[in-house]
Design a protein around this ligand. Structure first.
Ligand SMILES: *Cc1c(COP(=O)(O)O)cnc(C)c1O
Length: 382
């Protein structure tokens, strides 16, 4: 099946008892057994629930994996991956990470003896130079949040695996979605999503996803998911499953609108920098063109007037773009990383990589582009 078909049918079966075309919401914690240990494959919903199973099969299908796992949040999906490791193990990761991931790494897992090295993963050598005997995991985001840097996934994966094939490479594919890039096909071991964002797509749930194509790794992750228990519930699983059925349609429009907004901002006399991998001026545009099928709906930028006053004025003036955290829903959002999504990163670290007070991040939705540009235009006049 091609991607657009997989988004709708991947891993899905009509429900057996009634023929129900949509997977029902199996709102149950437990399942009847005819004799101790004799059941229809479901015992207790932390281990498995049919609505979640349908979603997990869809997750695997859209990322070209063999196994998918649904969690109660994106962060609990990352937490599950880190539980593969033990004290003393090293993780190499980017210096421009989602704030909550950075917080989990530094304030939770560091305390249990995991060691993190934060490097500019835009250069393959920066990653390879840090690899040691203790390195067990490379954690990548691309495009990065909020600076929209692109990591050469094949370059990093090949270079790291050349040194040691046992090192796992994981990609947080939240920003791109499998509509734009499929990391498992690029040689990566684990794909992670905050399904809260584009996969769900309607700003109505919080959920995480992992996808893999290796049987042994799948077994280990399933054991952790079951043993630690941060599973997605049946109602949320149903919503995410419904969201995925229009992923390709939404992404197509997100990409069109994202490009139009990026071009509009780039031409605007009040705007200085625009961060969008689809612009030829983007430093990683060539890698982005090779690695991605299109460039998505996330656009960051700065005003020429970098004062807090001008930045806040803009943030308070948009009408269609709602000032809110999160991204990837059908509606357009505007976000101020410094005070909102990236507040958990210490100021010194933030400034080092360019997340200053003047940075503005847009999640461009699927509304009519004329209305979106009108809104930005009026807000820039304020
Ligand atoms: C939102 C987000 C997360 C965290 O996911 P939650 O669903 O909020 O727990 C992780 N990575 C990226 C890139 C995100 O945008």
């Amino acid at each position: 099946m091609k991607f657009n078909t997989k988004a709708i049918h991947g891993g899905q079966q009509h429900e057996e008892a009634t023929g129900s075309v949509m997977t029902p919401i199996f709102q149950t914690s437990t399942y009847a057994q005819s004799s101790p240990g004799v059941h229809k494959g479901y015992e207790y919903s932390r281990a498995a629930n049919p609505t979640r199973t349908a979603l997990e099969n869809a997750f695997a299908s859209i990322e070209n994996g063999t196994h998918g796992f649904a969690f109660s949040s994106g962060l609990s999906a990352i937490d599950c991956v880190l539980r593969l490791l033990k004290p003393g193990d090293e993780i190499i990761t980017g210096d421009d990470l989602y704030g909550g991931t950075y917080r989990m790494f530094t304030r939770l897992f560091q305390k249990y003896g995991l060691k993190f090295k934060f490097v500019d993963v835009g250069e393959v050598t920066n990653v390879v130079d840090e690899v040691s005997d203790a390195t067990k995991l490379i954690w990548l985001e691309t495009p990065t949040n909020p600076l929209m840097k692109i990591v050469d996934v094949v370059g990093v994966t090949n270079a790291v695996k050349n040194k040691n094939t046992d090192i796992l490479v994981a990609v947080d594919n939240t920003f791109a979605t499998p509509y734009l890039q499929r990391p498992l096909d690029l040689g990566v071991d684990i794909v992670m999503h905050s399904a809260t964002k584009y996969l769900g797509g309607h700003s109505d749930l919080v959920m995480g996803a992992l996808m893999v194509k290796d049987e042994k790794l799948a077994k280990e992750l399933h054991f952790i998911q079951f043993a630690a228990g941060a599973i997605a519930g049946p109602m949320d699983s149903f919503l995410a499953l419904r969201g995925i059925k229009t992923l390709h349609l939404r992404m197509q429009r997100h990409c069109e609108n994202g490009m139009a907004v990026a071009k509009f901002l780039k031409e605007h006399n009040k705007v200085s920098n625009v961060y969008y991998p689809g612009l030829e001026s983007h430093p990683n545009h060539e890698i982005a063109k090779n690695q991605m099928d299109d460039f998505g709906g996330m656009v960051s930028f700065r005003l020429k007037d970098e004062s807090k006053k001008a930045t806040f004025k803009f943030l308070e003036s948009t009408k269609l773009f709602t000032l809110a955290e999160s991204l990837g829903g059908v509606e357009s959002l505007v976000n101020h990383p410094t005070t909102m999504t990236h507040a958990s990163i210490p100021e010194e670290e933030r400034l080092k990589i360019g997340i200053t007070e003047s940075l503005i991040r847009l999640s461009v939705g699927v509304e009519d582009i004329d209305d979106l540009l009108d809104d930005l235009s009026q807000a820039l006049k304020q």
